[in-house]
Write a protein that binds this ligand. Sequence first.
Ligand code: HEC
Length: 155
Amino acid sequence: MSRLTSVTLLGALLVMGCAPAPQSGRGFTLPNGDVKRGQAVFVELQCHACHQVDGVKLEVAEDATDMAVRLGGKVNRIQTYGELVTSIINPSHKVAKGYVKEEVTKDDEGKESRMRNYNEVMTVQQLIDLVKFLQSHYELKPYEPTDYPNLHVAN
Ligand code: HEC
């Protein structure tokens, strides 16, 4: 194989290797939303029937349930837009941390997530504002170095 062919092949491989899969979330960004509108949408769509948002006082939901899945609060890493959007429009994709899968999944109709499906009723603008609202209530935990015992080298 000539040198030129090998270099071309290597280049092609690199380009293909870096190309995201069609299902990848890469390239996904949302326009800027509005926190206040997002909070109003959260109540309007009765998200608070099952969710509490850290640091936000909301009136009791009309169709309140016994679920209280907490959103927001101190986390090690703020969820990305992509992750939050996925949680909202494709809820069974990932089950919230700290919940026993069986408790939050499979409702009476045997659906996979007990989270309601909003895909037929929510506008894109509502989704954008909801994500902005939720993201504004996550707080990064300050970095805590691991408390290793001092390592003294005996000499
Ligand atoms: C009927 C109850 C219910 C309603 C109503 C509901 N959710 Fe959920 N939601 C859940 C449950 C249960 C989970 C836990 C994971 C799962 O089952 O998918 C969840 C998970 C989430 C998560 C992911 C949390 C995490 O830490 O990963 C987000 C974000 C979320 N919901 C947003 C919303 C928004 C926004 C609305 C309103 C448009 C809403 N939910 C309405 C029950 C509900």
